[in-house]
Design a protein around this ligand. Structure first.
Ligand SMILES: [Zn+2]
Length: 452
């Protein structure tokens, strides 16, 4: 098998000018036998662990990224530093005081303010949805703790998250109504007790800042059931601090043989939340894109594949920093893609308007079909939060859509660990990325053509 692949590789080297489906299929099959992604993922989660921007672990992750890309043969490996105001968690605890005492599983939300050192004790007002809170009168919640207990819908595309996550940022709605603290049911599809954290916008001048935290799903339900029977009192202590720090984005290239043909920017984010080891969010995105790019090194291709490990996605900043650092060379980025929905199977590829009709891209549909990856005709959205800024500035994006059915059971919780990654699905991701990159790296299609 290996001998035959080598012969095929040589033939392709001579003939591949534009997107070549045979070469893409060869890379796809090589990816299904390749453990680079698993090794990268295991290494980052084991050797660095949780790595929020602004912590010493983020500096370790930076050094890890440089060493890993260098060891794998990437060139132009470098670090891009940017300033970061980082919110960091300190001690947190909460319990139901009455009708009976019960410890609560909770995590403060990024950018929450602290409670007084002795904490806050108050009665809870429960709303079944964010809409119900917004419809409540201004007088509803004076001196109370507001809980929005809106469940999240499980969907393959992950759009249940977009709907539910608005409740995470609703502390200002509670503050407007006189609340002393804001609790949200974890933005989660699981019934496990582990809470799921996440970032919220910093308080704006003129707003009355109140502490905000996410409760484990069963605890939010328990309070809702109790509140239907009578008053529920909760004690809450949330401590945190904010530091001026530096964050780092790490970048490395697999060079193409036609520098004038530009680069494809791909990657994931290097930072993670603190409760787990950030395996699916987003060490797997880094692992998948590094492994796919590394496979490309074995075959000739026109464009450079640039793998970027963005340094502050969770609490924001790395997308804007990337735009600021590269604004004069955006024209050389032919297309960009980010992997940031875990490690479960890719089920579809979205390309910019018109791309699927290009003669040297259309055959990619057949290359992806055995992987159960569909050619999706709808163009992608922003392509990943680290790409939003460069996409808004005109860089086309593609999206390899991952099955998110399971992702939000673990996302931003203590269960985001290596244990929940399926190595077979991880390889399927690499195969979809490698085949796609192979075509995108060689195609003659102008992805900017379909853009306004
Ligand atoms: Zn992420």
């Amino acid at each position: 098998m290996q001998f035959r692949a080598a012969i095929l590789g040589l033939c392709l080297a001579a003939s591949a000018a534009w997107g070549d489906p045979q070469k893409a299929a060869q890379l796809r099959d090589a990816a299904l036998r390749d453990d680079t992604a698993w090794n990268v993922l295991e290494s980052l989660t084991t050797e660095v662990g949780p790595r929020p921007a602004g912590t010493p672990a983020a500096a370790q992750a930076r050094d890890w990224g440089v060493a890993k890309l260098t060891a794998l043969g990437f060139t132009n490996v470098h670090v891009e530093a940017f300033p970061k105001r980082a919110w960091l968690r300190d001690a947190e605890a909460a319990e139901i005081v009455g009708p009976f005492a019960h410890r609560l599983a909770l995590l403060g939300l990024g950018n929450s303010v602290s409670t007084p050192p002795a904490g806050i004790t108050a009665q809870v007002v429960v709303f079944d949805s964010l809409a119900a809170l917004k419809a409540a009168p201004q007088s509803c919640c004076v001196g109370k703790i507001v809980l929005v207990n809106q469940p999240m819908t499980r969907t393959q595309g992950g759009d249940g998250y977009g709907n539910a996550v608005r409740a995470r940022s609703a502390a200002p709605e509670a503050s407007l109504r006189g609340a002393v603290a804001y609790l949200v049911r974890s933005i989660s599809t699981s019934t496990a007790r582990a809470p799921h954290t996440g970032g919220v916008q910093p308080w704006k001048p003129g707003q009355r800042a109140i502490p905000a935290a996410a409760l484990g799903v069963p605890d939010a339900d328990l309070i809702a059931h109790m509140a239907a029977r009578g008053p529920v009192t909760v004690h809450l202590s949330l401590q945190s601090h904010v530091v001026d720090a530096t964050a780092w984005t790490v970048s490395g290239d697999i060079s193409g043989n036609e520098p004038a043909a530009g680069a494809i920017v791909i990657g994931g984010h290097l930072d993670s939340w603190d409760p787990g080891t950030g395996a699916i969010d987003d060490a797997s995105g880094i692992a998948i894109t590094v492994a796919a790019a590394k496979l490309m090194a074995a075959t000739p291709h026109r464009r450079t594949i640039r793998v970027v490990m963005w340094g502050s996605e969770e609490t924001g900043g790395s997308g804007a920093a990337y735009l600021a650092a590269h604004k004069d060379e955006l024209g050389s980025i032919v297309i960009a893609g980010e992997s940031d929905v875990g490690a479960d199977n890719v089920y579809g590829l979205q390309l910019p308007e018109g791309a699927w009709n290009a003669p040297d891209i259309a055959p990619l549909e057949s290359v992806l079909a055995p992987l159960k990856v569909m050619a999706m005709r709808a163009p992608p959205g922003e392509g990943g939060s680290d790409l939003e800024a460069i996409h808004d500035a005109g860089v086309p994006v593609f999206a390899l859509r991952q099955d998110a059915s399971r992702y939000f059971d673990y996302h931003h919780s203590q269960d985001d660990t290596l244990a929940i990654v399926d190595p077979v699905q991880l390889r399927q991701n690499v195969a979809a990325w490698a085949a796609t990159l192979s075509i995108l790296a060689d195609t003659n299609f102008d992805f900017r053509k379909g853009q306004k």
